[in-house]
Design a binder for this molecule. Sequence first.
Ligand SMILES: *[C@@H]1O[C@H](CO)[C@@H](O)[C@H](O)[C@H]1NC(C)=O
Ligand SMILES: *[C@@H]1O[C@H](CO)[C@@H](O)[C@H](O)[C@H]1NC(C)=O
Ligand SMILES: *[C@@H]1O[C@H](CO)[C@@H](O)[C@H](O)[C@H]1NC(C)=O
Ligand SMILES: *[C@@H]1O[C@H](CO)[C@@H](O)[C@H](O)[C@H]1NC(C)=O
Length: 413
Amino acid sequence: MPSSTPQLKSSIVYTLSIVSLVMLLVLYWAWRDDLLLLPEPHQTTPDPIASLDFVTHIPSRSLQCTSDTFNTGSWVHRPLQLKEDSIRGMEEAVNYHCRANFPHKCYRRIDDNFKEFNRSLRIVDYTWEPEMCTLIGTDPRKLTAHLATNPLLMVGDSITQLQFESLNCLLGQDLTNVQLDANLTGGDPKVWAGQLVHPSRVQEQGAVSLAYLRSDYLVRLDDFKIMEPFDEEGYLIGKGSNFPWVHALDRFSYIVINTGPHWHADLKWGPNKSDKELVQAFAKGMDAVFKYLKEHVKPHQRIWVRSTPYGHAKCSQYKKPDAVPHAPSKKENEYQWDLLESFDMVWKNWIEAEKDERFRFLNVSSMANLRGDAHSSPDSDCLHTCLPGPVDDWNQLFFHEIAQVAASSISTS
Ligand SMILES: *[C@@H]1O[C@H](CO)[C@@H](O)[C@H](O)[C@H]1NC(C)=O
Ligand SMILES: *[C@@H]1O[C@H](CO)[C@@H](O)[C@H](O)[C@H]1NC(C)=O
Ligand SMILES: *[C@@H]1O[C@H](CO)[C@@H](O)[C@H](O)[C@H]1NC(C)=O
Ligand SMILES: *[C@@H]1O[C@H](CO)[C@@H](O)[C@H](O)[C@H]1NC(C)=O
């Protein structure tokens, strides 16, 4: 019947279009797997990082920095705008609230017509920008309140002291200096330490929120002993202090340790006074530390072993950050800065092999190694860097790590 053909055709077309429309919709939903998966319960559990009150910004998981990816990037010139050309103006611009006067606060050196102050300004005109990742953002005041219940201990040589000084300035708005509590130092009046407390706990006897203990080697060099209070410091290479520290660990949730720059070639390590003997001795000493920590650190405690960036000989020649690092050569430094990365790798390899969530390696090297221009007191030092400066960026990475660690302890508890 010729008259029925167009009718049949149109109903086939009609059915076909409905079917293809439905298929397209199904395809669309399948492609937008986020839409398809949205109702599933495991997608609706909140990210534990979001429940931390000190976190201000959470990048998606795939964008969050690891300490290694953080170190791939560049120093971008972004001049600070100071409201006034003064110490106060600088402190306001970088949000510093320092609780003590330290040797490395270059911006406080205003003699010689503000020479060092002006240099300090040039140092902070550069911001570290990781290339492929983003840090979790944190609020310094709320983070300090977190440390009131999860105290932080820093142990190491003057480079860790520098990191402690930076923490003291970045978090100092809510930290109070208190009289040193003898338990922290093990009761020995010869031992000094840094001890700061959040105002909410200042009335409590023996309270501590942030502390620093000086140990240039973490072990006694003579016998690689983990020192106890009142033990003799023993042999030291160069000026410094090697105080006992493990007696204090129990009081802290977060612990940062480091050693390196004070280790030098020495007849103590072998008859040849060689680098090989030195690195072997370092590994032997650190093995004693790692064994001790694995045995004694509690499941809720977290230890970071921080890397050591190197110095730059004749650092006054550097006027801005480098794009390519200037690694120290054997000849140009008497301090063996060229071995610092070998020391770091001893720890990094152990921590990566161990897969023990109590231990983390904090890499701050590659970004800091580009800052030949940021060293304190040009040419007599050239290892420490000025505050404010790159060490504040180490601490931004560290705050990000604290957020990750605090979140993982929520999700496992
Ligand atoms: C730090 O990270 C950079 C970039 O990922 C890497 O090249 C370097 O080897 C790391 N250094 C240490 C001491 O881990
Ligand atoms: C430091 O900067 C100020 C203001 O720009 C300037 O007046 C002063 O001469 C500078 N000092 C030196 C030593 O360059
Ligand atoms: C000091 O340490 C001793 C023993 O280690 C302990 O009994 C005492 O409570 C501690 N005191 C304070 C103030 O932490
Ligand atoms: C010291 O050097 C000598 C000669 O080069 C070598 O035979 C020996 O193995 C070295 N000793 C150590 C402990 O490296």
